[in-house]
Write a new protein. Structure first.
Ligand SMILES: Nc1ncnc2c1ncn2[C@@H]1O[C@H](COP(=O)(O)OP(=O)(O)OP(=O)(O)O)[C@@H](O)[C@H]1O
Length: 260
């Protein structure tokens, strides 16, 4: 994978309030991959995602398409990473389409009322992908929590960055939209983007991801295909559960079943 790696991290460590919460993480991830980042609460998933985007200071090295992350100007970083923070919903009383247009800010679109045709097209694509076109002219503060989550994701997709980092994008969504969002991120990956999704849903991770990164106590405990990284042993050791496994229409089902 390292030959065409789009994003690499070498010996990444993060210390917060005097405690090392990320220890020596190294990884190499390619375009066109949907990567699920899983692990118990407090394992360091958000810290890793923020460090990869340069939003959290770290030791070690990060390279994006061969460039050292630290050498990139902020605007260039903002073009290369679409970042959806955990629990992000918008609380300003803006129109939905204007919130999504904020995703074009790194491309110079500082005024949502004066978008170029390519900015408008990117906003439209992002709204279609997240099924929010019907809300385009409504105030985002007048939407439900799940609807606002989709608007937040649309803003990130509108960046049309080569790397999308999404921290629990399916939290608070109903089952249909959880599947739709994962399918949608799968399509984004298939279009050539590296997508990293933090999720607690091992079933969605197993079904949609090419690669699963398993974090435990600040370290990468496993990485590989869903079958490799979510084996019975790893699931038992890291999550302290057993899982029911099955196949349905040639896709893997993993359902957390009982504590061990
Ligand atoms: N600002 C902070 N100061 C000190 N410690 C922090 C800070 N932010 C996070 N931590 C600690 O860092 C560790 C990793 O946190 P992180 O948010 O990365 O975990 P996570 O895997 O994303 O968890 P969750 O699944 O609960 O969202 C945790 O032990 C957390 O308590």
């Amino acid at each position: 994978m390292s030959d065409q790696a789009l994003l690499t991290a070498s010996n990444l460590s993060v210390t917060l309030s005097g405690r090392e919460v990320l220890h020596d993480v190294s990884l190499s991830l390619s375009a066109r991959h949907l990567v699920a980042l899983v692990g118990p609460n407090g394992a360091g998933k958000t810290t890793l995602l923020r460090a990869l985007a340069g939003l959290q200071s770290s030791t070690g090295a990060i390279h994006v398409a061969g460039d050292t992350l630290a050498s990139l100007p902020l605007r260039e970083r903002a073009k290369r990473f679409g970042y959806l923070p955990q629990g992000h919903v918008v609380h300003w009383p803006l129109d939905v389409k204007d919130v999504v247009a904020l995703g074009r800010y790194p491309h110079g679109a500082t005024d949502p009322a004066r978008l170029t045709s390519s900015d408008k097209a990117a906003v439209e694509r992002a709204m279609q992908a997240t099924d929010i076109v019907a809300f385009a002219d409504r105030r985002v503060t007048e939407l439900s929590g799940g609807e606002r989550s989709r608007v937040a994701l649309a803003r990130v997709l509108a960046v049309e960055a080569p790397i999308v980092l999404a921290d629990e994008p399916t939290a608070s969504l109903d089952p249909r939209y959880q599947i739709d969002v994962m399918k949608n991120l799968r399509d984004v990956a298939n279009s050539g983007v590296l997508v990293i999704v933090v999720t607690h849903d091992l079933g969605l991770a197993a079904r949609f991801a090419d690669t699963v990164l398993v974090m435990s106590e600040g370290r990468l405990a496993a990485q590989g295909s869903p079958q490799q990284a979510l084996s019975d042993d790893i699931v038992a050791n890291v999550f302290r559960i057993s899982a029911y496994r099955a196949e349905h229409r040639n896709e893997t089902i993993i359902l957390p079943w009982a504590g061990v």
